[in-house]
Design a protein around this ligand. Sequence first.
Ligand code: FES
Length: 103
Amino acid sequence: MTQWVKLCGTHQAPKPGEVIEAEANGVAICLANVNGHFSALDNLCPHRGGPLGGGWLEDDNVVCPWHSWAFNTATGIARPPEKSKVTVFSVKIEGDDLLVQLP
Ligand code: FES
């Protein structure tokens, strides 16, 4: 069963073009703002465990700060030639809170 959990207040959310690290129920999340649309991905890079939320955006990809693997913020799929994927969580805003849907 999934649950909606507060990730941060909307005032703490990243501005367009920014990426941050946040945590919900002990799950580390990479929260990106792609042109005003929020995207929440697993913060742990599947390459060697880099913090995706410490990276940056290139178009609609978040780039890992350690070795520059890039992951699509909508699908979580790595940019070729890498063959990998991170989990993408649904996001919604309720009042002043930004929530993510966790499994
Ligand atoms: S740990 Fe993320 S690209 Fe290597």
